[in-house]
Design a protein around this ligand. Structure first.
Ligand SMILES: [Zn+2]
Length: 560
């Protein structure tokens, strides 16, 4: 064999010609390059840093694959034999000649007749292992990527069927030696995934795809309806957020309308925070809470001696909020004089402190709010018409809680989180009956009332217990069939419904399922499917606590 190897190598090396005249090197009829290993190492390093180890591996495996194919064509052309074993060994010599590696054949079994192939090669001085050992650092997995690609392509091309080589030991990951094993592709279990390294990698397509996903997400975030602590997900809630976000930039006066406790101040603050004034002051004034004879000095400031008790000069709310936003809740309560001063601020951006003749300038965004009808107040002469028109440029109606019931579970979660932290106590959520009572209640005091009730319920509930309906509505005694009516009274659960029209589906469900438990299971299954298996979400939809639902699911699973 030694003789044939020498002959083979001599034959091959004769094919290398340095063509001094035009600076080209030829290997048979293919132009080749002579380049420094160090430069290739730098290049590989950059590849790994740019696209990551997995992708870099793919690049080099494909480089090896392409070289292997070309070498096989060359070997077939120069061969003085058609013996497959000899031709494969020529491949080893080609490798050595190019300075890539010295291959030692451990096992080589070829039987073309019954398609058997098995090979084991030991590799000495692999240029790739050398790169990692000297420069790139040891890896967790074999690194002779191009050599393994080369072996696969070379053998496949020579034998005319797909042979895949894998490196099972590698000096680049700390093994004694590099060891290659080759088998027909169909004998490797992971051939499909492994083969992927040899087909080109559409990294650009993936990047474009990711880019378009990002732009979709960014758009979604921008238009996401969030207003600070004003929370929800109902269409009514989203409508408010959209309007508020559109109003935020610029200086348009906003009038917030809605029942008491719907969260007007939160919306006002949200508008402020989304505006270019966000880093300036936000000052909230409840006009109904200030005595009428003090309201002017509270809003616009006072000079010393303006009236008895004005012992020193002080700025008012408008002065403090200069550059920012002032929120005037219950604006209908302003005295006629205060209304006139407010109109002047809105029209001319100026005012005077009480008892002062100096005119002051102010740059301010006014957000006003009322839970009474301002138009009626205008008709009754309690509110200036010109001020009403000034304030009513951009009205936003905030719906009462009963018109956005789907937001209730999310709000409960939010308040529970808030007060659990505040009182350093954890509870196991709400009992089913408590949840039912809450979902049925009309909430005249809106979100604020809900918050108060949750806080009270939490205080009355022991650590790790569920909040009961009774602790939420303590003055009420209720049994399982009763709920809190829209007016805050206890009624039987079905009293409120227009039962006649609704019984037909119940009949159907009973016939279909046979028992209340079955019906409940069906409903739970449906809610889970709708929530894509998200238990918390499904619990929210069903109006029961997450632990309760989790328990039910477990029970259902056991009975299967
Ligand atoms: Zn190796």
């Amino acid at each position: 064999m030694d003789n044939s190897v020498t002959r083979d190598t001599q034959n091959l090396s004769r094919q290398i010609r340095f063509q001094d005249s035009d600076g080209k090197i030829w290997f048979d009829e293919q132009r080749v390059l002579l380049l420094q290993l160090g430069a290739l190492t730098d290049f590989r390093k950059e590849q790994i840093e740019t696209v990551g180890l997995e992708r870099a591996k793919g690049f080099f495996m494909r480089l090896g694959y392409s070289l292997g194919k070309k070498d096989a064509q060359l070997a077939l052309k120069l061969a003085e034999t058609d013996d497959a074993t000899e031709l494969l060994r020529t491949g080893f010599n080609l490798h050595a000649l190019k300075g890539m590696v010295r291959v030692e054949e451990c096992t080589l079994q070829i039987d073309q007749s019954d398609a058997h192939f098995y090979a084991e090669y030991r590799l000495h001085d692999s240029y790739e292992a050398e790169m990692f050992r000297s420069e790139l650092g040891m890896q967790d997995e074999p690194v002779c990527w191009s050599l393994v690609g080369h072996a696969s392509a070379y053998t496949s091309t020579l034998l005319g069927r797909e042979i895949l080589f894998k490196e099972v030991n590698c000096r680049g990951c700390g093994d004694e030696q590099c060891l290659f094993v080759g088998r027909p592709a169909e004998e490797w279990e992971d051939a499909t995934t492994y083969r992927r390294y040899f087909s080109s990698d559409r990294i650009m397509e993936e990047l474009y795809e990711l880019q378009s996903q990002i732009s979709v997400l960014r758009h979604k975030i921008d238009s996401e309806s969030t207003l600070g602590n004003f929370r929800g997900q109902s269409p009514a809630y989203k409508q408010v957020c959209n309007l508020a976000h559109k109003a935020a930039p610029g200086k348009v006066n906003v009038l917030l309308l809605g029942e008491t406790g719907v969260g007007k101040e939160l919306v006002a603050k949200g508008i402020h925070q989304a505006s270019e004034r966000a880093d300036k002051a936000f000052i909230a004034v409840n006009c109904a809470a200030i005595p009428p004879d003090l309201i002017e000095s509270e809003l616009f400031g006072v000079e010393r001696g303006a009236y008895t008790g004005a012992t020193q000069s002080r700025p008012g709310k408008f002065e403090r909020a200069d550059g920012g936003t002032i929120f005037l809740d219950e604006v209908i309560e302003l005295t006629p004089r205060a209304q006139a001063s407010l109109l002047r601020v809105l029209q001319e951006s100026e005012y005077e402190r009480v008892g002062d003749s100096n005119t002051r300038k102010v740059d301010i965004r006014v957000v006003a709010a009322t839970n009474e009808c301002l138009e009626t107040a205008v008709e009754e002469g309690r509110f200036r018409a010109d001020l009403f028109y000034r304030l009513n440029v951009y009205p936003i109606n905030i719906p009462p809680l009963r018109e956005r019931r789907e937001d209730i579970p999310m709000l409960i979660e939010h308040f529970l989180e808030k007060y659990q932290a505040f009182y350093s106590r954890r509870v196991a959520g709400l009992s089913d009956m408590a949840m039912r009572a809450i979902m049925k209640y009309e909430w005249p005091g809106n979100v604020r009332e809900l918050e108060n009730i949750i806080e009270r319920g939490l205080i009355l509930t022991d650590h790790d217990e569920t909040i009961s309906a009774h602790s939420l509505f303590p003055t009420l005694q209720m049994d399982a069939s009763q709920v809190v009516s829209s007016q805050g009274h206890l009624i039987d659960d079905d009293e409120e419904d227009d039962t006649d029209n609704q019984n037909s589906w119940i009949d159907e469900a009973l016939v279909e399922c046979g028992s209340i438990e079955e019906i409940e299971n069906k409903v739970i299954e449906h809610a889970l499917t709708q929530a894509n298996g998200n238990v918390s979400e499904a619990a929210r939809v069903l109006g029961i606590s997450r632990p309760t639902l989790a328990y039910r699911i477990k029970k259902m699973d056991q009975s299967l």
